[in-house]
Design a protein around this ligand. Structure first.
Ligand code: NAD
Length: 454
């Protein structure tokens, strides 16, 4: 499989992919190795994960560079991903012992009741490319701590980062058979899922997630799907317009808009609509587009070439239905996959840009007359990952956010993930969760112990 630099179109590496036979062999070795890994004291598994964390910190610059080369992420943002990984791992290390410990929930003279947390066994982790370290570690770090063996399929667009992850885990002391990288595209992912695994933890698009749910549905194995979003933000009439515009623009365009929780739709109270749109466009025009390896770059490459056509179609559809293109609006000619940061004002819900995931540097903005209309429009979506409100009025924000049909809500912030809080979606944004202490327990099954001493 040829790995291509999306910013230049050049080949980075030609790698061998797994076949049905090599995947079966990796599975068989994982099955054999898992009980021994689970039988180790947690402190031993934690020591390997701590070493992995330290290796990531030591090799930070090199890992960030590989990430930028293969996904086109601006280098500063790659470094931020590497830096942001460390507190996530620290969180899991700090919380694992008390989360995985057996709990005594009842005891009297003769009867004791306990809840145990057994590992699931051998799990598949099928991952996305847009934040390969974040979304990978959200799964394999707690899964390994809980005593599972992991068959990890990085995205075909983040293969080199996936191979780095496997090397670093093995160097850190996780046995080769307990964590295996499975290399290849969706056909390899599908082959992996045909094996008798004990759970699948997937991050990716709704379209693929729906196929995976269909393929595992009859097998009664744990299936967790972290899928796309169409994340709205509402800007109320009492904000500092410039500050809100800058914050929302960053939430929409960071990572070149290729984030599941990137702001994808903006609703603005009509009394501040024009000044907000102007401040927003001024901000977007300042974003430097270009070479992902240049420290000054804020907008990098579109990782998957076909996404350029999705963005073109969304812009054409919005224009046809009356949107104003205030900046950008087209792919940038030349080598590599680049799309100019695009602001579409006067958008409405008949337009694809307000309904389908854009996953790129394109945003629609729409005026609303009041909070009630904003709430209705924000919930008018197939997705339900995050939603945000900008207003200095906390009561107003809480009233609105309480009605959001999404896993995460934000007051005066957006595009934010915390290891301490569960990450989950409603509707087509998925099922199950990662992060928080729930995101450790999710890699175990509870066992109910009824113990009568006489
Ligand atoms: P994708 O669905 O194209 O691919 C995801 C993974 O699935 C890849 O590893 C791919 O090889 C594999 N795959 C493809 N077809 C398969 C099949 N039939 N069986 C098994 N595996 C298969 O998604 P992507 O382009 O890598 O990622 C972008 C999407 O991920 C966006 O929709 C984004 O919103 C979403 N995402 C969600 C979260 C979240 O936490 N909710 C985080 C990051 C990305």
């Amino acid at each position: 499989m040829k790995l291509t630099n999306p910013a230049t179109g050049t080949t980075l590496l030609d790698v061998d992919t797994d076949t049905a036979r090599t995947i079966r062999a990796k599975y068989a070795r994982a099955r054999k190795a898992q009980p021994g890994w689970a039988a180790l004291p947690l402190a031993k598994r934690a020591a390997a994960i701590r070493k992995f964390r330290d290796l990531v910190a030591d090799r930070h610059d090199e890992l960030a560079r590989t990430l930028s080369l293969e996904v086109g992420k601006p280098i500063r943002q790659s470094r931020n991903e590497m830096k942001g990984l460390l507190p996530r791992i620290d969180f899991f290390l700090a919380e694992a012992a008390k989360t995985l410990r057996d709990e005594k929930v009842f005891a009297d003279a003769t009867m004791e009741e306990r809840i145990g947390h057994d590992p699931l066994g051998v799990i598949a982790n099928i991952s996305a490319w847009n934040y390969p370290y974040f979304v990978g570690c959200n799964v394999f770090v707690p899964a390994l701590l809980a005593g599972n063996a992991v068959l990890y399929k990085p995205s075909e667009f983040a293969t080199m980062s996936g191979m780095h992850i496997a090397d670093l885990l093995h160097t850190a002391g996780v046995p080769d058979d307990v964590f295996s990288a499975v290399i290849g595209d969706g056909t390899v992912g599908a082959a992996l899922l045909r094996l008798p695994i004990d759970g699948v933890f997937f991050t990716g698009s709704y379209a693929t997630g729906a196929k995976i749910a269909a393929s595992t549905g009859r097998r009664m194995i744990k299936t967790q799907l972290e899928l796309g979003g169409k994340d709205p933000v509402y800007v109320a009439d009492d904000v500092d317009v410039k500050a809100a515009a800058a914050a929302v623009a960053d939430g929409a365009f960071y990572n070149t808009g290729q984030s599941c929780c990137a702001v994808e739709r903006v609703y603005v109270h009509e009394t501040i609509y024009e000044p907000f749109v102007k401040a927003f466009v001024d901000e977007v025009k300042r974003f430097k587009v270009g070479d992902p390896l240049d420290d000054a770059t804020y907008i990098g490459a579109i990782t998957r070439k076909p996404q350029l056509d999705v963005l073109k179609r969304q812009v054409a559809d919005a224009k046809k239905k009356g949107a104003r293109v205030l900046t950008g609006g087209a792919a940038i000619k030349g080598k590599g996959n680049f799309f100019a940061p695009t602001v579409l004002a006067d958008a409405n819900h008949s337009m694809a840009v307000m309904r389908d995931e854009s996953f790129g540097p394109v945003i629609g903005i729409m005026a609303v007359p009041d909070d009630e209309t904003a709430v209705e429009l924000m919930n008018d979506t197939e997705y339900g990952l995050t939603a945000g409100v900008y207003t200095p009025d906390e009561k107003r924000a809480r009233r609105i956010l309480a009605r959001m049909q999404s896993g995460t809500v934000y007051w005066n912030c957006c595009d934010r993930v915390s290891p301490r809080l569960p990450w989950s979606g409603h509707k087509h944004s998925g099922i199950g969760l990662t992060l928080s202490t729930y995101g450790i327990q999710t890699f175990t099954r509870p066992k109910a112990w009824h113990l009568r001493s006489a």
